[in-house]
Design a binder for this molecule. Structure first.
Ligand code: BGC
Length: 683
């Protein structure tokens, strides 16, 4: 155990406290109390020594005049204080014995320039904490900092690369519009317009994302507002890789049943009653009155053939149920809902990005329609409004494409940008990205997503930390370098630590570490302890973790900017201007844990947008990014509304109770006409 631990662990306030008491000791009058101020927390050995000195050697203070032996500790303490205040601050930080915690330095930039400008900036942008800049005080700390900086630097994604990325992205977007099977799938969604906020009604939606399954009912108020009732359940890990699709889809149907019973009990029981009656009356067929229209948000790549029909192309985000691939996912869900006799019709199949785009358009301020809905969560993807004339592959699809409503001249296209540049011509790649991909259940696929999304960022960090842990020359989570822990706490990684398990580190930890401004990075250290079995991590450990987390997050945000820039540029939105600032706003709806919680995500993203020459600061300012929280559910409900209206148009007598719950009035006609009229909804 090094002496640094004791000395640098000594709190200057405690020293000052003792010196003040010595200085203030009266020579006459009542006996001064020599008890030190109550000391909370674990006591450092050095302090214990001080306290015991006080008891044995300070006893003579009880005499009227202090003896020379009494004066020795006081003089010593005074000397230490003078040294600390007058001399040590002028020495380089790693020679200082005591650090002053106040006043805090103006920012968190290191005084000695870091590994490279990229790393230096990561430090400077990190939130400041007290005491600041703990490490670089011992050779071990410096070694750890240097190793962490080297790894962080691998995640640099400079501006020339951003520009290259945008060019390649635009090229791959074009390819996807022209041919089936391109890297960017550019899937037609059959939704050819966006809502305007006046739609009304009560609808249901379910959302199978990456991590959770949500069931919601949505009351659209018709004034750009809505009320949402929802339940959410984490998808059990074994169902993500279930043997049959029946296992997953019957679980989903069960959740819908529970939701209906809990939140729409009356509706559910009256339906069950009616069903019973109709089955008792021979010859009377069951009527589909009071059946909810449901929007099914299914956040995986699906080849859509109509508004409620689409076959699964591939699983992403850790799902792997081979027998579902190539099947119509709406039919799979409807079958399980029917098996439970639920009053629900799957009316629309919606990717979460399309839902986000619809929801943002419904709620966004002003008249400007939303251009892009994007998810930066467990997975990443974007859907945008494209000109039908550019979607040339539709014509090549023949009868498979179904009827396309052309009145708006536009269609929402689901890019499936998670698979941008799968062949890695422009994407930045570190050794950590490579090993992550090789160990994944879909190597070579979703390469963009594997650098951006919540499913993978935690795993990238885990791999970086393991590299440091396994490198004997780098003292991460070892006892040697800490100047924070007392001698009784031994830094230790438990054998069953999730850090040793693939995907054991959750991406939310990156947000915690990157945004940690707690004294001595306590929050990160506690999370390491409680969640990841690393006991007594030091502030230096936490700072190394924080630096790498920030680097991974910053690269993800800058890569996200590539996708946004490419969509903005390829749709020509920047060049088509009216001169009216409101109309020229380019609106983007986003959702997902990363964009919502990762510190500085939007700032980093916007910085990269400004660096793209054809966007620049002026273009970046025109881009408005708004969170469409849980937008996918609302968006799916909006599309279900349209589907139902279409259906009612075909059969006016079959009025739905959901539309009855408020009337739809004001429904955007062009949305209505957007549906594939050939499709009839299953009952
Ligand atoms: C899926 C997309 C989805 C995105 C966000 C990706 O893994 O392929 O369909 O939109 O995740 O949830």
């Amino acid at each position: 155990m090094s002496v640094w631990r004791y000395t640098s662990g000594l709190n200057a306030d405690v020293v000052r406290h003792w010196v003040d008491r010595v200085a203030a000791a009266p020579t006459k009058g009542p006996k001064p109390s020599l008890e030190p101020a109550p000391h909370t927390g674990r006591e450092l050995p050095f302090l214990r020594e001080l306290h015991s000195q006080k008891q044995s050697k300070f006893t003579p203070w009880k005499l009227a005049l202090p003896s020379p032996t009494t004066l020795v500790p006081a003089v010593l303490l005074l000397l230490i204080l003078v040294l600390q205040l007058a001399v040590f601050p002028r020495l380089p930080s790693h020679y200082q014995l005591f650090r002053s915690s106040s006043p805090p330095p103006p920012n968190s930039c290191p005084s000695v320039p870091a590994y490279n400008p990229f790393v230096q900036e990561l430090y400077c942008r990190a939130p400041q904490y007290t005491p600041n800049r703990l490490y670089r005080q011992t050779p071990h700390s410096m070694a750890l900092a240097a190793a962490a900086e080297r790894i962080a630097a691998e995640f640099e994604y400079p501006k020339e690369q951003v520009q290259k990325g945008v060019t390649a992205f635009m090229r791959q977007m074009d390819e996807g519009l022209q041919v089936q099977g391109a890297t960017l799938s550019q899937i037609p969604t059959y939704v050819t317009a966006v809502p305007n906020g006046t739609e009304k009604g009560l609808y249901m939606a379910v959302d199978l994302g990456g991590t959770n399954f949500r069931v919601c009912s949505i009351q659209l108020h018709g004034n750009s507002t809505f009320s949402l009732t929802q339940s959410k359940v984490k998808i059990p890990g074994d169902l993500m890789t279930a043997k049959t699709s029946h296992e997953l889809f019957s679980f989903l149907a069960k959740q819908v049943e529970t939701f209906l019973k809990t939140h729409h009990g009356e509706h559910y029981s009256s339906h069950v009653e009616r069903r019973k009656k109709s089955s008792m009356l021979s010859g009377e067929s069951y009527s589909d009155e009071d059946v909810f229209s449901l929007g099914f948000t299914f956040s995986f790549p699906v080849q859509q053939y109509g508004i409620n029909k689409g076959t699964l192309i591939r699983w992403t985000k850790g799902f792997d149920i081979p027998d579902a691939v190539g099947k119509d996912v709406c039919a799979l869900l409807q079958k399980e809902l029917d098996a439970l006799h639920l009053p629900i019709r799957v009316a629309a199949l919606v990717n979460d990005t399309v839902g986000t785009l619809m929801a943002r358009s419904y709620t966004s301020p002003g008249k400007t329609g939303t251009l892009l809905g994007a998810i930066f969560g467990t997975g990443t993807n974007g859907a945008y409004v494209e000109k039908l004339s550019r979607l040339t592959k539709l014509a090549k699809m023949g009868p498979e494409a179904g009827d396309v409503e052309t009145s708006t001249g536009e269609m929402i296209v689901n890019t499936e940008w998670g698979s941008f540049d799968n062949h890695l011509s422009v994407l930045p790649t570190t050794s950590f990205d490579r090993t992550l991909d090789a160990a994944s259940n879909n190597p070579g696929i979703q390469m963009f997503e594997k650098r951006i999304s919540g499913m993978f960022l935690g795993e990238i960090l885990r791999r970086c930390l393991l590299a440091l842990i396994h490198d004997p020359s780098t003292p991460l989570f070892t006892d040697e370098h800490s100047n924070q822990n007392d001698m009784h706490s031994t830094t230790n990684i438990h054998d069953d630590s999730p850090l040793y398990r693939p995907h054991g580190l959750d991406t939310s930890f990156l947000s915690i570490a990157s945004g940690d401004a707690s004294p001595g990075l306590k929050v990160t250290r506690q999370a390491l302890d409680i969640e990841y079995g690393v006991s007594a991590a030091s502030a230096e450990d936490a700072e190394a973790v924080r630096l790498i987390s920030s680097a991974i997050g910053k690269r993800a945000a800058r890569l996200s900017a590539v996708a946004i820039a490419a969509v903005v540029l390829s749709t020509g939105k920047l060049t088509n201007t009216t001169g009216n600032a409101d109309d020229d706003t380019i609106d983007i709806g986003v959702d997902g844990s990363l964009v919502e919680f990762y510190p500085n995500f939007e700032d980093y993203l916007r910085e990269a947008l400004r660096e793209v020459p054809s966007i620049g600061p002026a273009g970046e300012q025109r881009i408005r990014i708004g969170i469409a929280k849980d937008g996918s559910g609302v968006g799916a409900a909006l599309i279900a509304l349209v589907a139902e209206r279409e259906r009612a148009g075909g059969n006016a007598s079959a009025a739905s109770p959901s539309s009855g719950a408020g009337g739809e009035g004001g429904l955007l006609q062009s949305v209505l006409s957007s549906l594939n009229r050939n499709l009839r909804i299953r009952v």
